[in-house]
Write a protein that binds this ligand. Sequence first.
Ligand code: PLP
Length: 353
Amino acid sequence: MSSTTIDFDVRLVTESKLPSVDFNHIEFGKVYSDHMFAAEYEEGEWKNFRIEPYANLSISPANATLHYAQSVFEGLKAYKNDAGEIVVFRPQANAKRMIISAERMCIPPISEELFMEALTELLKLDAAWIPTKPDTSLYIRPVIFANDPYVGIRPSNTYKFLIFTGPVGAYYSEPVNVKIETKYTRAVAGGVGFAKTAGNYAASLYPALQAQKEGYHQLIWTDGQEHQYIEEAGTMNLMFCINDTLITAPAGGSILDGITKNSILTIARDWGMKVEERKLRVTELIEAFEAGQVQEAFGAGTAATVSKIKMIGYEGKQYNLPTVTPVADKLLKEMEDIKMGRKEDVHGWIYKV
Ligand SMILES: *Cc1c(COP(=O)(O)O)cnc(C)c1O
């Protein structure tokens, strides 16, 4: 259970927006809860910790983030479990990753303690916003961004840290078609691929749009040097089940270290499955397809937990995956059972607010 030691100023909304929300039809990323956490970095320290009504910000046209994308974010979810308790899946891991992302972007890191307490207070206050229907959740978006009104290039001297939330509906996803991208690059070794930072996503929009025009839902990024090795999918890490072995590319460098992926690997190892975190050559994957050894492929990320792939396109050819996916199904159920309190949380992944 949580306890608070940091002081927050709290300013409540005069009228909640909750009655206007149709919880039967929630579109992802369009509805936000009543309150947000906010803090500023000024004169060398994080200060002004507060919870206030969710509202627009006033930003200088010269705001450094608008021009140069010196910003980092996170994405995680709160649920109500079967006992009606508010739970969050591994939020400390998000806090740690935000600190790693911040360091790479010259953003003064927040403390894990501040992240956790801000999150806890916010969730307590907006607990009524957490949807309760199966598979729904409250999406949590922490973001830190440069706030200097200065168009020169240097790390900003001032920053804002916000956490806001919004209810999201059941993530119903059809298995997707993905294209192995061999022309465009998301991230390179030595770059910022491992950081959850704004520019990575802006850079991926154009290649993703081209793939969509060809009928694909998403891209599989390959390494930026030679386009020979499988990396990830842009908002998800990728996992392949080949010859009864679960294979995923090692994170760090150009690949974001996903918490869902890490949790899945841990569960699979607990089950005694063969797990390999290693580089996977595109040609190895194609040869495995041709030998009929590719059993499953799926993305792993907070949005859908597990997102199944039904077809992979490479150099104009299409490689279909089996529609029977026992590994993905079992992993998804295990993750849901842990979150909902139906299974013992042996790894201490569940944070109760
Ligand atoms: C957020 C993200 C993921 C998934 O990470 P989770 O912690 O599992 O949500 C994977 N790849 C990229 C590029 C991401 O931004």
